[in-house]
Design a protein. Structure first.
Length: 150
């Protein structure tokens, strides 16, 4: 819901989520990925928003009313900002359900097949999204803390 809200509001792009799956590898799905750590007293983990090149370029063009043709600093920054907004929206919705989190500042990664190790060991849920400008995914890996000192 947070992903749809952010992209439909900020970029005027309709997005459709696909069927969630368990991610099988540690490499980035797309070419530009935003990574953000999340933690609370009960759980910890991270969320990744990963975009194909044409998708993040298309989203950036719509958000900034520009015509970028290649990935540049502004396009990478846009991926980080989208990650922050999507995770912030998810944080708000989870708080309404009784789960509160602190979030780190997002880090953006540019490159194909970059290996990312999640902050915690556990299954990573991958949710694919389709849009008029291309595909992207949300990855989430959250686990319950074993004790409050972790």
């Amino acid at each position: 819901m947070a992903t749809k809200n952010v992209l439909e509001t900020m970029a005027l792009i309709k997005v459709n989520p696909g069927k969630p799956t368990i991610k099988k590898n540690k490499t980035t799905w797309g070419v530009v990925s935003g990574v953000i750590g999340m933690a609370s007293q009960r759980v910890k983990g991270s969320m990744i928003v990963s975009f194909e090149a044409q998708t993040i370029i298309g989203i950036t063009n719509k958000m900034l009313s520009e015509t970028f043709k290649d990935i540049n600093g502004q396009v990478v920054d846009c991926a980080g900002e989208l990650t922050n907004m999507i995770c912030g929206g998810a944080k708000q919705r989870l708080a309404e359900m009784g789960y509160t989190f602190d979030m780190a500042t997002p880090v953006t990664i540019f490159g194909e097949n970059v290996e990312i190790h999640q902050l915690v060991e556990g299954p990573t849920i991958l949710i694919p999204f389709e849009s008029e400008v291309g595909q992207f995914v949300i990855e989430a890996c959250l686990i319950e803390k074993k004790d409050t000192n972790s």
